[in-house]
Design a protein around this ligand. Structure first.
Ligand code: SF4
Ligand code: SF4
Length: 91
């Protein structure tokens, strides 16, 4: 317990004091579903890139950053040609 901060040490509003730190934290471990893209049928319209709240899908390079994608499914919902499937993660 000695390494934990008390509530008095936490910034008011729990604001982030080290922006950009999430690059070092693999937030993708929170994910229950992963977006699987059929890149062969992707039209490169970039809508998933625009809508993704985490900036973790890159149609130009046919790449999803699974270390940081949280599996929200917004990309699959917004893809106009429905080439993204949300697949349950298996632990
Ligand atoms: S599931 Fe959510 S976080 Fe992951 S790539 Fe799609 S929009 Fe981004
Ligand atoms: S929204 Fe769908 S078609 Fe458009 S770039 Fe993303 S995966 Fe490809």
């Amino acid at each position: 317990m000695s390494g934990l901060k008390s509530w008095r040490e936490i910034p008011i509003g729990c604001k982030t004091t080290s922006p950009g730190s999430t690059v070092r934290i693999k937030t993708g471990t929170w994910r229950d579903f992963r977006p699987v893209v059929n890149w062969e049928k992707c039209t490169k319209c970039m809508l998933c890139y625009i809508y993704c709240p985490d900036g973790t899908i890159f149609p130009e390079s046919s790449y999803v950053d699974y270390d940081h994608c949280k599996g929200c499914g917004i990309c699959a919902k917004e893809c106009p040609v429905k080439v993204i499937t949300m697949v349950e993660e298996v632990i």
